[in-house]
Design a protein around this ligand. Structure first.
Ligand code: PLP
Length: 456
């Protein structure tokens, strides 16, 4: 499989290259040159497989010769062996909501589903080379999932940048209580967009990138996206009818995986973008103008993002794969702070997506009502997607993606339902452990120096 950049269609990289690099040299995002479309019969055959068999079949369309279908099957088997459910995810019917629980991995958020596989891919694709330094920005859940997947791996260091005091205490502790020698936590005095920007700047600094042999596992890494395609297929086949998916959205990675599933032939109707007050995608879909505003702190911190990086991949699609136009739009964004979609582009966006915005007050009310009505506790991110689903007609055809276990946001749950929750077994002992992290200014040079110092 050959890969191009959203800003340069002539680029020709293989899976191994793009896996290790993360971001294209021109600042664009990698995309496969072709996406296989499954026929009706092929979909039918696929529907009979287990989660892991289905996943290996789907992923094998994107990975190179070093990762054939057998290899991927064994990687996935190993990756998901520490999940608390054999089929990786759980589908529940609660009231008239179809809930897809994606948080049965070691760090209790959907990020584990991709990250546990990626951790093992590094063994196959990277570790015969020199030491790799992985730099990752997190809005709270990616960091923990990455640390869980990569801690104690030989020949890998991992540096995690999280926004200081802007994530929940359970999210922070899951990262900072890991005492592996190859894990470094940085609390950056800024927000997630600042952290992500810093990581992108480091990727685009060729000299620095080469010097530290840098790699990345943020959701701009294509490998993350392909692992997330699987549960759209799996769920569709289990419920088996005309479906919408309602997805709590931040960096536009998870929902974009649904879009790729659709391109591969899965007959999804609409993808519902659920946002909190950081509503850039909602505004873009309303007006065609993509304009990041200041990040607001909300009760769903993993979605406190204004620069939804993966949107650039969708842009490539709705701009009819015009790489030059994507490049100009992204340049305009960094120069003028916005760009505007043309009408036909906006219409293509609306063909596949609906967007709904849920305030903190609504989020609290949804968690409370859901608990009173069904005795079930939603995490605040999942609650936004439930709220978005309520706002879209024909609810029974919506699947809501449950992206995190509510315990990770204990303070908010207490606020909503007025009581404590039982600690899940993965998190027992967490509060007694010592935390290690470095608080650092939001300055590129300081962060680079810190990294250089640690890897000397
Ligand atoms: C990361 C995250 C999201 C947002 O996913 P994106 O792929 O960034 O859109 C939503 N909910 C939770 C709990 C998350 O950790």
């Amino acid at each position: 499989m050959n890969y191009i950049s959203t800003r340069n269609k002539k680029l020709n990289y293989n899976f191994e290259n793009i896996f290790l690099r993360g971001l294209a040299p021109d600042g664009g995002l990698f995309l496969p040159k072709n996406i296989r479309k499954y026929s009706k019969q092929e979909l039918k055959d696929l529907s009979k497989l287990s989660y892991i068999e289905m996943g290996a079949n789907l992923l094998s369309n994107f990975c190179g010769s070093k990762l054939d279908i057998n290899k991927i099957t064994s990687l996935m088997g190993k990756a998901y062996s520490n999940f608390d459910t054999k089929e990786v995810v759980k589908i529940k019917k609660i009231g008239n909501i179809n809930l897809l629980e994606l948080y049965h991995g070691p760090t209790l958020a959907f990020k584990d589903i991709a990250m546990q596989v990626i951790g093992l891919m590094y063994n196959e694709l990277g570790l015969d080379q020199k030491k790799i330094n992985i730099i990752v920005a997190t809005s709270g859940d990616t960091g923990a999932a990455a640390i869980s997947a990569l801690k104690d791996k030989k020949n890998i260091n991992i540096f995690v940048l999280h926004p200081h005091e802007k994530i929940s205490s359970v999210q922070r502790k899951l990262m900072t209580t890991c005492d592996a020698k190859n894990v470094f936590n940085l609390a950056v005095k800024g927000n997630f967009d600042d952290c992500q920007k810093t990581v992108k700047q480091m990727f685009n600094d060729e000299k620095f990138r080469e010097k530290i042999n840098m790699s990345g596992v943020n959701s701009i890494n294509w490998a993350r996206i392909i692992c997330q395609i699987v549960y759209y297929f799996y769920t569709y086949f289990k419920i088996s009818s005309d479906l919408n998916f309602s997805v709590p959205t931040g960096n536009f990675g998870d929902i974009y995986a649904g879009f790729i599933a659709k391109k591969m032939g899965l007959p999804i109707d609409k993808l519902i973008i659920a946002t909190n007050e950081n509503d850039i995608l909602y505004r873009t879909l309303e007006s065609g103008e993509y304009r990041p505003l200041k990040v607001k702190t909300s009760l769903s911190p993993s979605m406190d993002i204004q620069v939804a990086s993966n949107f650039e991949r969708l842009l490539f699609d709705i701009m009819d794969e015009n790489d030059e136009k994507v490049k100009l739009s992204m340049e305009k964004l960094s120069k003028d702070g916005f760009f505007k979609l043309e009408n036909n582009e906006l219409n293509k966006f609306k063909e596949n997506f609906i967007a709904e915005k849920i305030s903190d007050a609504e989020t609290l009310r949804i968690i409370k009502d859901f608990f009173i009505n069904y005795g079930f506790i939603l995490d605040p991110h999942t609650a936004t997607a439930v709220g978005a689903s309520y706002k879209v007609r024909n609810q029974s055809k919506n699947v809501v993606l449950g992206t995190a276990h509510p315990y990770k946001f204990l303070e908010t749950i207490k606020l909503a339902i007025g009581k404590n929750m039982e600690t899940p077994k993965q998190l027992l002992n967490l509060s007694d452990k010592v935390e290690t992290f470095e608080i650092i200014d939001n300055k590129l040079e300081d962060i680079k120096n810190y990294i250089m110092d640690k890897i000397k």
